[in-house]
Design a protein around this ligand. Structure first.
Ligand code: MV4
Length: 500
């Protein structure tokens, strides 16, 4: 059945991005907002908007009752949950459907099954899907678990069944540490998720994180939209994503895609979903978990496939059959996304708060910016500190990296510290350009002292002029130094020169 009016149960860039696509489909839009978001672009962009409570998410964007009531009040016939908030809450999906409203997403059962890592492992174990060696039952007897750990070989990882995204994980280097780490993992799982169940896996030391985008309809048809390489992250928060992966061969890509489809089939999946894999240095891959939502980094997949994933989600929710087949899908060029956070990369990525004094996103062919803020707006402290997603698309990976570097230079933000210099650093790092990086990249290769101010050529010229003037004042010039005026252009020297 065609959706006439969609309520977007989210905020910020993703709410705005969904509104834009569904408007093109002739669907009316309803935004919800907290008191902190009253003047946000997503509120202005929607045909209608309704306040659902105070700033804290627990009193607004996480309130199932208020959101469903808002949909009823404004006669929305469907709800899109976006990502985060209620997007992977099986109870919410169930309540939406029970209220006679279409949930733009998978079934409540699929969400619940994949939400439990142990249930997910059990479900996929019936298929030919590579799993990390480990247990698929919660650990009941520590002695037995130690025995299994010894068989697998240390180091091992203790994971919370209700976890995901890195929460509730403990590395165990050797048998001596086992009891203490087991104790910690269990109590952490209990306090964080209300479920003490943990299991163990072989610890893959320095893997790549590669995920496969799936699209399935409600008639059993499913395709994979290739992979996203998401290894550049810190504290389990992704910063750079790209598609395709610079290391996969067509053969492994096909194997991973087909394994991902089996994961989807194991839970009767429909909608857009993502299957995460760890990939080791031999390019052996292991199923990790499935995310039953539209992901933050979906734009890179849209770039290389030419599809609009939100439109596909809507059509699937309406009950349509997939209009695409695997044979007709092709990778076009290379896409990279940089997440711009209001965080200080020089200070352990601590969230920075304040107002966007200057906010000028880059523009041009092959440049896409997904954002939900405007110049002059404060960044609310209540939510995720992501300001924007900058995605570039070019013919090759090398050209995409060059485009990204320039786009980062052209992205002008002041009033708040951002991860722009960090993203630029990554683009120039040999480990990144080689494609050989892993999830250990930030830990192993990021040196905050090496961050450069990201400046345009005009700004560089101004700086060079200052540098020449400064050196002349000191009574020395050398042609060598003049020809390379930026070699000492560290942030601190730029600041001191500017003050002079
Ligand atoms: C692992 C692993 C190594 N070995 N499992 C982190 C997030 C959660 N989804 C699972 N995670 C990991 N599971 C085994 N058996 C390493 C990680 C991991 C990781 C995975 C993906 C992306 C970034 C990561 C950073 C640290 C650890």
């Amino acid at each position: 059945m065609k959706i006439k009016k969609l309520l977007i149960a989210n905020r910020g860039e993703i709410s705005l991005r969904i509104i834009k696509s569904v408007k093109e489909m002739g669907i009316q839009t309803v935004a919800v907002f907290s008191e902190a978001d009253r003047n946000s672009p997503h509120v202005l962009a929607a045909d209608e908007a309704i306040c659902i409570g105070p700033a804290p998410a627990s009193e607004s964007y996480l309130r199932m009752d208020k959101i469903i009531q808002a949909a009823k009040d404004l006669q929305a016939d469907a709800i899109h949950p976006g990502y985060g908030f209620l997007s992977e809450n099986a109870e919410f999906a169930e309540k939406v459907v029970a209220a006679g409203i279409t949930f733009v997403g998978p079934s409540s059962d699929s969400i619940a099954l994949m939400g439990s890592k142990l249930e997910a492992k059990k479900a996929v174990s019936a298929y030919d899907i590579p799993l990390v060696p480990g247990t698929d039952e919660p650990i009941q007897r520590v002695e037995l678990a130690k025995h299994i750990a010894a068989e697998i070989g240390y180091p091992i990882l203790i994971k919370a069944s209700a976890g995901g995204g890195g929460k509730g994980m403990r590395i165990v280097q050797d048998e001596q540490e086992f009891d203490a780490q087991m104790e910690r993992a269990t109590s952490e799982a209990q306090s964080a998720f209300g479920d003490p169940a943990v299991f163990i896996e072989k610890y893959i030391e320095s893997p790549k994180h590669i995920e496969i985008q799936l699209l399935g309809d409600q008639h059993g048809n499913m395709v994979y939209l290739f992979e996203r390489e998401c290894s550049i992250q810190r504290r389990h928060q992704k910063v750079i994503e790209e598609a395709p992966s610079p290391v996969l061969t067509p053969e492994i890509r096909k194997k991973m895609g087909e394994a991902a489809i089996l994961v989807g089939k194991s839970c009767g999946y429909y909608g857009a979903g993502t299957v995460e894999f760890l990939v080791d240095k031999n390019l052996d891959f292991y199923f990790l978990e499935m995310n039953t939502r539209l992901q933050v980094e979906h734009p890179v997949t849209e770039c290389i496939t030419g599809l609009d994933l939100v439109k596909e989600q809507i059509k699937i929710a309406e009950g349509a059959r997939l209009s695409i087949s695997q044979e007709n899908l092709q990778i076009h060029g290379h896409a990279i996304e940089a997440r711009i956070y209001a965080e200080d990369p020089e200070n352990q990525f601590l969230p920075d708060t304040g107002t966007l004094i200057t906010y000028t996103p880059p523009k041009g062919p092959g440049i896409r910016v997904d954002d939900g803020f405007e110049e002059g707006m404060p960044i609310p402290i209540h939510y995720d500190p992501m300001i924007a997603k900058l995605t570039v698309h070019a013919e090759t990976r090398e050209l995409a990296i060059e485009k990204m570097k320039q786009a980062l230079v052209d992205f002008k933000i002041s009033g708040i510290k951002t991860t722009i210099p960090f993203c630029h650093y990554v683009m120039t790092h040999p480990q990144f350009t080689s494609g050989a990086f892993t999830t250990k990249f930030v830990e192993n290769y990021f040196e905050p002292s090496k961050l450069q101010p990201v400046l345009s050529s005009e700004e560089m010229l101004v700086m060079a002029a200052f540098a020449v003037y400064w050196k002349e004042e000191q009574g020395y010039t050398s042609s060598h130094q003049l020809s390379q005026p930026f070699e000492n252009a560290s942030k601190s020297s730029w600041k001191t020169r500017k003050i002079r």
